[in-house]
Design a protein around this ligand. Structure first.
Ligand SMILES: [Fe+2]
Length: 354
């Protein structure tokens, strides 16, 4: 591609020679000036359309360094080459960094060297332009990635917030319907989370475990209040209806993407390790850690809370009952041991605000 080269020298003989040489060998466009001040007001330069400038050093009114410094201010991307006499060599060397001089050539120059220097200078300019374009592209895509990331973060936060609100609403629905469960679901959530920590669950599983604890009984919305709030023992028929709440809970939560990890603990929080639980009669390894934890937290909180028909049981009695459940093979021994640790070191009181 043809480039534009600007030549400045007060000697017309030199500008003519250089101009002819460059046009003939390199086929580039050449602009010639014998007065540096005039060259500085050239439209080509002002519009940054000059690719390379060759300037003499000794010129009346303005020396080559002053001239090239002004060129760099107007068109920083232009490649600057200085032609100097031997005596000016020192100045030329100093100005390499100072004004970003690309090269200096001593007079009289060698044509082959001059052509090579011009070619290399133009190539360097092209490379740095390509590099700048690539850098701009990279920065642009980086900005785009950041923008998308911010959007995603916002979406995710909105999703988390709306799920949180939904869970609180669901928990309120159960509490409004079942007067025994005042604060129960919230406490089961907190105790489960703590037990999960002690059992070494990941942060993600802990988060879902706590949510599962809060909404594990959501299926009770499908159980008549007369059964839910019956002070005495349920008949077999009533118990069959009550048992449906774990399946109903799973069905309610299934359409919600964010609650997929809660489906198993909701459905199986009444399963027993020895297979005597409901709704599926799961046994041993078939029970997830989450379901085992919620089962323990649920039973503990039910026993350790005042009910209309009985007082809150003393903590030792609660421990005794839980230990019996472990002996029967119903509850997970490790989970119950973890709960006993929380009871013995007093942490449980902080968790449930007792
Ligand atoms: Fe339940």
């Amino acid at each position: 591609m043809s480039k534009t080269i600007l030549i400045v020298d007060d000697e017309k003989m030199i500008t003519a020679t250089l101009s002819t040489l460059i046009k003939m060998v390199l086929k580039h466009s050449v602009l010639v000036f014998n007065d540096p001040a005039e060259a500085l007001s050239s439209e080509y330069l002002l519009n940054k359309n000059v690719d390379l400038v060759i300037s003499d050093f000794m010129m009346p009114g303005m020396n080559g360094l002053e001239f090239l410094r002004s060129v760099k201010e107007k068109s920083p991307e232009s490649v600057a080459i200085l032609l100097t006499g031997y005596a000016d060599k020192e100045n030329a060397i100093k100005s390499i960094n100072e004004i970003g001089l690309y090269y200096y050539l001593e007079k009289p120059w060698d044509n082959t060297t001059l052509i090579k220097v011009i070619q290399n200078g133009l190539e360097k300019k092209e490379l740095s332009e390509t590099l700048k374009e690539k850098l701009d592209e990279v920065q642009e895509s980086h900005r785009e990635i950041e923008r998308l990331y911010e959007l995603l973060k916002k979406d995710y936060q909105q999703e988390v917030d709306s799920v949180k609100n939904l869970i609180i609403t669901l928990a309120n629905v159960i509490e409004a319907k079942d007067k025994y469960t005042d604060g129960h679901t919230r406490r089961v959530g907190m105790i489960s989370r703590r037990l999960g920590q002690m059992m070494g669950l990941s942060t993600e599983r802990l988060q879902h475990l706590e949510i599962s604890g809060i909404i594990h009984d959501i299926g009770k919305v499908g159980v008549p209040e007369a059964i839910l709030n019956k002070p005495g023992k349920l008949t077999d028929e009533e118990f069959e209806i009550m048992k449906k709440h774990s399946i109903v809970g799973e069905t309610i939560c299934r359409p919600l993407n964010s609650l997929q990890m809660c489906l198993d603990p909701i459905r199986h929080h009444h399963e027993k390790l020895n297979g005597t639980g409901y709704p599926d009669g799961l046994r041993g390894d078939a029970l997830s850690m989450e379901a085992r934890i919620i089962a323990v937290a649920d039973i503990f909180d039910a026993l350790y809370t005042k009910r209309p028909y009985r007082d809150k049981l003393p903590i030792n009695k609660v421990k005794e009952i839980l230990a019996e459940e472990v002996d029967k093979g119903a509850l997970d021994k490790d989970v119950v041991t973890a709960l006993f640790n929380l009871i013995d070191n007093g942490d449980i009181r902080h968790i449930i605000g007792d």
